[in-house]
Design a protein around this ligand. Structure first.
Ligand SMILES: Nc1ncnc2c1ncn2[C@@H]1O[C@H](COP(=O)(O)OP(=O)(O)OP(=O)(O)O)[C@@H](O)[C@H]1O
Ligand code: SF4
Ligand SMILES: [Mg+2]
Length: 362
C-alpha cells in the first residue's frame, strides 16, 4: 500500500475480543484528578526567564469520559498531557490516578501504571520509529511490560484489525503508510496494554481534513467499545465537539472555562471561549455571514493567514495580578487589572464554570 492511499477500513466492524473489556460497574470516584497542577520550565536560553507553562489547573476525568482540552498554541496543553502521563514531573500540585497520587513516583514505580496511561501524539510519522516494523512498534509497550514476544505479536495483529488496518501489513515500515494510517498505528500502540486513560495530543491536527473525521470517528468507536477515558487535546473547538463529553478551555496556562459540552458550546461564558467559538467556520455560508464574530483586541483579522499561526506569549513564572486576558479583552474593567479571576459555577448546581469577573449570561 502506498502512502497516498486512503486508510483501509474493514468492511464490517471487527469482532475480535477487546484488550480490555468496558468496566461493568461505574465508580463514583473520578479516574483522574488534577489539583492545582503547575509546571514551570527554566528558560530555554541562558538568562531567559522561567516559563510558567501550566499555572494551577484543576479538573477531573471519569472512567469512560472524554474531556476536550482546547486553546491557542503555547497555552500549555501538551505540557498538561505530559504531566498527566508523567512524562514530566509537576513543580506543584498533584495528579491522582485511580485514587493514587502519582505526581512524584519514580520511573520504577510508574512502570506498572504505564499499562493504564497512554498517549497518542500529534505527528504520527515522527512519533513512530522508522527503523521498526509496525509489529514491533505496536508490540513494544507489551514487551516492556514483560509480555512474551509471540503473544505481543498476536495482540499487535488483533489491534491492527481493530483500528481498521490490515493485519497482514504487520511487517511493513511506517513510511509505507499514509498519515491517517500511521496515526491508526499510533492509536494501536497506545491501546496495546489495554489502557484506561489515553491522552491524545492533537491526534488529528497533522492530518488532511478529509482524514481527520475518519480518525476522530475511529477514536470515538474505540472509546465506546473499550470504555476508554480520553483527554483529547486540540487547538480547535470544532475538532473536540464530535468526541468530548465536557470541554476545558485553556489560556496562558490556566483553565478559563470548563463544563459539559452542550452548555459550553451553546452558551460560552468567557470572552476567550466566545472568541474561539466564533472563529470556528460554519459550513453554511448564509449562517457564516449572519453570525457575529467575537474578536479579541489585537487579533489578526479572520481572513489573515496569521490567524491560524497565532502563538500566545510565554507566561513568565512571576506575573502581575489580574486577568491574563486583560490586554486582549474588550470587556476588561478595573477589577480585571487587580484581581485574578478563579473558576466559579455560572449558576447554582451547575458544572459549567468560568474564570471571569464578567461572564456572559446564558
Ligand atoms: N521543555 C521546555 N522548556 C522550556 N519551555 C517549554 C518547554 N516545553 C514547553 N515550554 C513552554 O511552555 C509553554 C507551553 O507549551 P506547550 O507545548 O505545553 O503548549 P501547547 O498548548 O501544547 O502548544 P501547541 O498548541 O503549539 O502544541 C510554551 O510557552 C512553551 O514554549
Ligand atoms: S476577567 Fe475581565 S479581562 Fe478577564 S476575561 Fe473577564 S472581563 Fe475580560
Ligand atoms: Mg502542544
Amino acid at each position: 500500500m502506498t502512502p497516498t492511499e486512503p486508510p483501509t477500513e474493514p468492511p464490517t466492524e471487527p469482532t475480535t475480543a477487546s484488550p480490555t473489556e468496558p468496566p461493568t460497574e461505574m465508580s463514583t470516584e473520578p479516574l483522574l484528578s488534577v489539583r492545582d497542577l503547575s509546571m514551570t520550565f527554566p528558560g530555554r536560553r541562558r538568562a531567559a526567564a522561567p516559563v510558567r507553562a501550566v499555572d494551577g489547573i484543576t479538573f477531573d476525568v471519569s472512567a469512560g469520559e472524554t474531556l476536550g482540552l482546547v486553546g491557542e498554541s503555547g497555552c500549555g496543553k501538551s505540557t498538561t498531557g505530559r504531566l498527566i502521563v508523567r512524562l514530566l514531573e509537576p513543580t506543584a500540585g498533584s495528579v491522582t490516578y485511580d485514587g493514587r497520587d502519582i505526581s512524584h513516583l519514580s520511573q520504577r514505580e510508574l512502570k506498572p501504571l504505564r499499562r493504564d496511561l497512554q498517549m497518542v501524539f500529534q505527528d504520527p510519522h515522527s512519533s513512530l520509529n522508522p527503523r521498526q516494523t509496525v509489529a514491533r512498534i505496536i508490540a513494544d509497550p507489551l514487551l516492556v511490560q514483560g509480555t512474551p514476544a509471540a503473544e505481543a505479536r498476536a495482540r499487535a495483529a488483533e489491534l491492527m484489525e481493530r483500528v481498521g488496518l490490515i493485519p497482514e501489513h504487520l511487517d511493513r515500515y511506517p513510511h509505507e503508510f499514509s498519515g491517517g494510517q500511521a496515526q491508526r498505528i499510533g492509536i494501536a500502540r497506545a491501546l496495546a496494554t489495554g489502557p484506561r486513560l489515553v491522552v491524545a495530543d492533537e491526534p488529528v491536527s497533522a492530518l488532511d481534513v478529509s482524514v481527520q473525521a475518519q480518525v476522530v470517528n475511529l477514536m470515538a468507536r474505540l472509546q465506546h467499545e473499550l470504555g476508554l477515558a480520553y483527554l483529547f487535546i486540540a487547538h480547535d473547538l470544532s475538532v473536540v465537539k464530535r468526541v468530548c463529553d465536557r470541554v476545558a478551555v485553556m489560556y496562558l496556562g490556566r483553565i478559563v472555562e470548563i463544563g459539559p459540552k452542550a452548555q459550553v458550546y451553546a452558551a460560552p461564558a468567557h470572552p476567550y471561549t466566545r472568541a474561539l467559538l466564533s472563529a470556528v467556520p460554519v459550513p453554511d455560508p448564509a449562517v457564516e455571514r449572519a453570525r457575529a464574530r467575537v474578536s479579541l483586541l489585537g487579533d489578526p483579522s479572520p481572513d489573515s493567514p496569521l490567524r491560524s499561526r497565532r502563538q500566545v506569549p510565554d507566561r513568565p513564572a512571576t506575573h502581575p495580578p489580574g486577568c491574563a486576558l486583560r490586554p486582549r479583552c474588550p470587556k476588561a474593567q478595573g477589577i480585571c487589572h487587580t484581581d485574578t479571576p478563579t473558576l466559579r459555577p455560572l449558576k447554582p448546581n451547575t458544572a459549567h464554570q468560568a474564570a471571569c469577573h464578567f461572564p456572559e449570561a446564558s
